[in-house]
Design a protein around this ligand. Structure first.
Ligand code: ADP
Ligand code: ASP
Ligand code: MG
Length: 453
């Protein structure tokens, strides 16, 4: 069975929702995972923020505008009056629920419930659309099976049991439809997998049902060799290894939620990224096959905080690093990059919620300085043994950029540097010169030696 995830743009209008019905596999069952229509999650978050800051009038106005947008979509999406009426009733009823919840005052829990409506609406509309077309499909609500534990990790045992139960209760169906992004948490409340989390939903589902492929359908023809939002003339890569894709996703390539790769990698499930707007394009395959060496792609992750820790007496003495990392451990803050010298260590975090407490704790035994607004630029590829001077290429390209930190050698798939965020766009563009020519060669090497999955 295949899992197909369609992102916000892919369900972003009546026309787009209509066209994805043609992309479903003809001769095997599949699970379709849907995001909210593009813009909806942002709007729902804004509505909850307005409501929480006592701006109820604006919140209600936004609800009305969003409802009108969905009514217009329903009118275009369905052919028959019966389905248009049915769709309109569903939208009216859903938005009545949203308005009542918002008017009643929003807790954190209530806000999460509002945000979940985006995925629930697109999923219901798509299933109704398939039914109107005469396709047999079954809706399997994500809230009945997708669950995270108290550490916010997927509860794989629970998910597997419950999704299989849902699938088995509709045995003569080819198309199962569910929501991406939303889940229940350890206490059973409605929660979500974080922004962009529908990719992760698809990967988790692929893992528990042992899918033969997870397809991520989006608005671009696969993973590009650089970030197309900041660099012109980027081009798609035909293939990436799991490790390369995981580095890119973690270090900012928005096309994939940072956690998408791991659930597929552990079961060696191929992940195929495809463009809904141009389904004939090859897209990018992420899998475990022979992988040409070299630099493949560049990504950047903003919002990084660097913490510099100086201690002339204790550094490199036994237990110093242990003492530093114990603080991060206790305050449940992940560290991304680390560099060391005789007298200092620098490290980066992307979640600065506990920054004050972290600096307070470390200040007890070292001098601490903090730099905000940093960006990690990540150069991804296969640099086994640095045979071809890849690092030299990178640093030569970046000679005009003041580099703050360098990390190389942690894996053979990643060279990371950190810079002040103001230098990000220039750095990405300078690095484009070293990936641009290489991408065509990499893709042609693949064509010469066919993929074997
Ligand atoms: P979806 O709504 O389908 O999940 P996203 O907006 O989350 O789509 O991800 C697709 C977008 O990711 C692209 O439109 C592109 O702007 C951005 N992006 C960032 N880095 C890359 C990259 N390396 N390759 C392709 N797209 C990228
Ligand atoms: N709709 C959610 C978001 O905008 C999840 C997703 O699109 O993957 O973050
Ligand atoms: Mg996305």
């Amino acid at each position: 069975m295949k899992v197909l995830k369609f992102g916000g743009t892919s369900v972003g209008s009546a026309e787009r929702i209509g066209s994805i019905a043609n992309l479903l596999p003809a001769n095997e069952p599949c699970i379709v995972v849907l995001s909210a229509m593009a813009g909806t999650t942002n709007t729902l978050i804004e509505i909850t923020n307005k409501a929480k800051s006592d701006n109820m009038h604006e919140a209600m106005e936004m609800i009305r505008t969003l409802e009108n947008k969905y009514i217009a979509t329903v009118k275009k999406l369905y052919q028959s009056q019966t389905y248009q009426n049915r769709g309109e009733l569903f939208i009216n009823d859903t938005f009545l629920q949203i308005s009542r919840k918002v008017a009643g005052g929003l807790s954190e829990k209530g806000s999460r419930e509002i945000i979940a409506f985006g995925e629930m609406i697109s999923t219901a509309l798509f299933q109704m659309y398939l039914t109107e077309l005469g396709f047999k499909s079954a809706y399997i609500p994500a809230l009945n099976f997708m669950r995270i534990d108290k550490d916010k990790e997927p509860d794989y045992f629970y998910i597997e049991e419950n999704i299989n139960r849902s699938i088995q209760s509709s045995p003569f169906v080819q198309i199962y439809i569910t929501e991406g992004f939303i889940c229940r948490n350890a206490t059973g409340e409605i929660d979500n997998l974080g922004r962009g989390g529908s990719d992760y939903s698809a990967a988790i589902i692929g893992n528990v049902i042992n899918a033969n492929e997870v397809q991520i359908w989006t608005d671009i023809d696969g993973v590009h060799n650089n970030d197309p939002r900041y660099v012109e003339n980027t081009s798609p890569l035909r293939h990436l290894s799991y490790d390369e894709a995981a580095e890119l996703a973690y270090f900012g390539a928005k096309i994939l939620h940072p956690s998408t790769i791991q659930p597929c990698r552990v079961k060696e499930i191929p992940v195929l990224l495809k463009n809904t707007l141009q389904p004939q394009d090859n897209g990018t395959l992420i899998s475990v096959f022979r992988n040409p060496q070299g630099i493949k792609a560049i990504a950047a992750k903003d919002g990084i905080t660097t913490i510099n820790i100086q201690s002339s007496r204790m550094l490199l003495a036994y237990g110093f690093l242990n003492k530093v990392f114990e603080v991060f451990n206790q305050l449940q803050t992940a560290v991304d990059m680390i560099t060391t010298s005789e007298v200092a260590i620098s490290l980066t975090i992307d979640n600065a919620d506990k920054l004050d407490e972290i600096t307070k704790q470390i200040s007890k035994f070292s001098n601490v300085t903090v730099s905000k607004n940093q960006t990690i630029i990540c150069i991804v590829g296969d640099f086994e043994a640095d045979k071809n001077g890849y690092a030299a290429l990178v640093f030569d390209a970046l000679k005009e950029i003041p580099i703050k930190m360098i990390s190389y050698g942690g894996s053979s798939n990643n060279i990371s540097i950190s810079v002040d965020s103001q230098h990000k766009v220039k750095a990405l563009n300078l690095l484009q010169k070293i990936v641009a020519s290489r991408t065509a060669t990499l893709n042609s090497e693949l064509i010469a030696q066919p993929v074997n999955i």
